[in-house]
Each structure stands twice: as C-alpha cells, then as structure tokens.
Ligand binder design. Structure first.
Ligand code: ARG
Length: 459
C-alpha cells in the first residue's frame, strides 16, 4: 500500500521500492506509531473532522493493531513503504474507508518525528534504569572492600595510593553525569511536534496543547519547519549514549587489565568469562572486551547521523530516514552493555593483598613524604628534590620503601624526622588527603554514604 500515487502515471520500480522502504527497521516504531495515531484520532474528533462514533471505531482499530503487533510474525511478507503506511493499511482492513480520514492535516514528516520522540522517551527511561543498576552494583562492590588500597595511576605508572572505593566512586560520578545527560536528552525529545504538517503547519484547527496532554508531552514545538527539518534531539540521545559507552569502555579496559595475570588484583566470575577452543587454561574477559568493542559502534552511530544531517537543506529530506538504524543500534547496544557491566561488577572478587603489595612495593608514598617535609617547613621544591634523591638511591640499591628506618631517613637528609618513617606505609599518607573529594578513609566513607543517598533519589 502507498499513501500517495495520484500524481504518478506508473508505479515505483521494484528496485526503488526495495531501496527506499524502511519497514524492515522502522517497524520498531510500531507501538509509538499507534500511540501517536490514537492521540491524533482524538484530535480529529475534537476538531470536528470525525464524529465521536468514528473516533471510537478508529481507537478500537488501533487497539487491535497494537495487540496483533505483539506477534513477532506480524510483519511477515508486508511490503509497505514504512511503518506508518503499514499501520494505515491495517487500519483500512479494520475500519474501512474511515481509515482514509486519519491523515487529514497530518504529514508523515511530523509523524516520524513524533514516533521517534515517543520511542526515545521509553529508550531513555530504560537507559536511566540501566545506569542506576550499574551504579548500585559499583557501590556494592565498593562496600565489600572498604579498606582495600590500590595504587592509583597516571600515565599507567603507579602514582599515589587510593582506596578501592575511591576508585569506584570515580566511575560512579561519571555514570551519574551520564544519568543527567540521558535525562536531558529525554527532555529535549519530550516536546510534541504534531500539528506541524509537512513543514508549514497544519491547516486544521487542532488543539495542540490537548494532543500534548494526551501524549504526556509537557510542551509543544514552536516552529513547523524546525520539526520537519530537525533531528538534534536524536543526536542528543546518541551523544549521551556515546558517553555512557565511553565510560563503560574505560571501566572495561581497567578491569581487563586488573584481572590479567600481570595484575591479578581481581577475578571475574566464570559466568562472564569464556574459554579458548585451543588453550585449555584460558579464562578470557570477553564480556568486557565486547563492551569496549561495541563502544565503537555507538560512536559510529553518532557520527553517522551527524554526517547525514550536516548538509541538508531545510526542511525534510529523505536522507533523514537514515536516522533510525543508528538510533536503534545505539540504544540497544548501550542498554545491553549497561546490563552486562552490571553483571560483571556483581561477579568481581577483589584480591586486596595484590594491589596493596603493588602500592607498598613502589614509591606511591613519595608525594606523601615530600608534602610532610613541606608541612614541617621545608620549601616544597627542596622537599621534592630530597625525596626524588631518596627514590633514586632506593631504585639503585633495590630497597623498598618499607625497608627504610626512621634513623636511616634522618641520616639521608637532615630535613627528615625519624617519625616521618610512618609515611612509608601508603595507608598513612592517604589519611592526609582529607578534603572533600580526596581519598582519606573518612572522606571516602562519607562520599560512599552520600553516593548511596544520591542513588536512592534517582531510582
Ligand atoms: N519513512 C520516512 C522517514 O522515516 C517518513 C516518510 C516521509 N516521507 C516523505 N517522502 N516525506 O523519514
């Protein structure tokens, strides 16, 4: 079936029909299309274009289509141009010639914007749920090892000791900003476009605010050309999904490293790892590698729509039909990656002795010593130099921080007091980082409590 044709002497070529058809993918909008069309049937009745009885017949037909569309085979063999055409053909089968009135004053250009917005609202809600589940798993994992010490890295070189919960709370912060971004993307999509016509506005007296209320949109769009020409709400969604994936990818990379034989800080559960067909000993972190890999696909989706949109003249152009596959793809990959990461986090066993030893064996305490010298009156530049020399001497002689005594420190440089040797233990130095946002145990315990409270407010 086609929603146009009068102006044509011959039908479309088979190749063009296959080339331009979108039903194969935009069928995912079927429930959104039905929801939007129900609201439009109400609008037609309010505007006096259909009677109350006709409206009821339309609504009943849409309900039936909605029930039938739950069957996975509903679309088998359908050759309609797109999901909107498909739904109207079904409407015709159920409501006869009355179906011909459903497009009075409505264009597919606004309809596709409406359907995509409805789809994105639901998609955003699913991502928000996925994010809070992951954030909750991270807090649980932090709470399981409240005192574990790990070396924090810069340049992937051991830098300063931090608490394990402090490290996890860093990701908690990233995901909580992602939560805000997804919420914002939802808010941008959450505006009613209906009543815009093809590009110039509708010629029928629809009450756009009443339609908005019907569909739970808090606002209506202000310009009809903007509606047919714009997809920035979709780009907002793709961007916020991309950042979720970016953060997931970096978490994955960390844990792939930390669970390797080189680090041995943690084990991933058997349920989220896989073996090798050849090498019997292998336990591979495929779940995390796939999250990292899928991140590229989601970035690709964002780039794809950016490029699709960049040169389009106002307003609607068929190019815009190419927005859907990247959107669906980004949503589905991001949601499944969030659930995967949550299950991985729930499966992690930390072996705290390993990272603690990594911290103790290296000079992550160097900054603590230099700062203590500065607190006792040595200029920081000088303190830095003294400790640098201490490290050089230790590296040359193969001496670990814990092997220095207070007396030896004091002999090494007069600025050292023997009691400063306590700072050779990373746990001691950490206590000095007590400002908000630092890794001192008391600050981290408070931050963990606050994170739990903040998370509760989000769910
Ligand atoms: N299927 C199209 C899309 O997704 C909507 C149809 C509008 N088509 C048109 N020729 N104006 O963008």
């Amino acid at each position: 079936m086609k929603l146009w044709g009068g102006r044509f002497e011959t039908g479309p070529s088979e190749i063009f029909e296959r080339f331009s058809g979108s039903l194969d993918f935009d069928r995912k909008l079927v429930f959104a299309d039905i929801e939007g069309s129900r609201a439009f049937a109400n609008a037609l009745a309010r505007a006096g274009i259909v009677s109350a009885a006709e409206r009821d017949r339309l609504l009943q037909a849409f309900d039936e289509i909605g029930r039938e569309a739950r069957d996975a085979h509903y679309f088998d063999g359908a050759t309609d141009e797109d999901v909107h055409t498909f739904v109207i053909r079904k409407l015709g089968e159920k409501a006869g010639t009355l179906a011909g009135k459903i497009h009075t004053g409505r264009s597919r250009n606004e309809q596709v914007s409406l359907d995509t917005r409805l789809y994105l609202r639901t998609a955003a809600d699913a991502l928000l749920r996925g994010l809070t589940e992951l954030m909750s798993a991270l807090l649980d994992l932090a709470g399981k090892y409240p005192d574990a010490v790990i070396p924090g890295y810069t340049h992937l070189r051991r830098a300063q000791a931090v608490l394990w919960p402090h490290y996890l709370l860093a990701y908690f912060e990233m995901f909580s900003r992602d939560f805000e971004r997804v919420e914002q993307a939802r808010a941008r999509a959450n505006v009613l476009p209906l009543g815009s016509g093809a590009l110039a506005g509708s010629g029928f007296p629809f009450d756009r605010h009443a339609i908005a209320k019907d569909l739970k949109f808090p606002a209506i769009t202000r310009n009809s050309m903007d509606v047919s020409g714009d997809r920035d709400f979709a780009l907002d969604f793709l961007y916020s999904s991309s950042l979720v994936m970016l953060h997931l990818s970096r978490l994955s990379e960390d844990w792939i490293l930390y669970s390797s034989e080189e680090f041995e800080w943690m084990s991933l559960g058997d349920g989220v790892t896989s073996g090798s067909s050849l090498m019997p000993q292998k336990k591979n972190p495929d779940s995390l590698e796939l999250i990292r890999g899928k991140t590229g696909r989601v970035f690709g989706a964002l780039t794809s729509l950016f490029v699709t949109m960049k040169g389009l003249p106002m307003t609607y152009n068929r190019d815009m039909q190419e927005d859907k596959e990247p959107l669906f793809e980004a949503f589905e990959q991001t949601l499944s990656s969030l659930s995967m990461a949550t299950v991985v986090a729930q499966s992690v066993t930390l072996h705290p002795a390993k990272p603690a030893a990594a911290a103790e064996d290296s000079w992550v305490v160097a900054t603590d010593l230099a700062e203590e010298l500065a607190r006792s009156g040595t200029a920081f530049h000088r303190a830095h130099q003294i400790v640098g020399q201490l490290v050089l001497e230790s590296v040359k002689s193969g001496k670990k921080p814990s092997q220095w005594t207070g007396a030896e420190l004091a002999a090494f440089a007069p600025e050292f007091k023997p009691e400063m040797a306590r700072l050779l233990n990373p746990v001691e130095g950490m206590k000095s980082r007590a400002l908000e946002g630092g890794t001192a145990p008391a600050a981290v315990a408070r931050a963990l409590d606050e994170a739990r409270t903040r998370l509760k407010a989000l769910v």
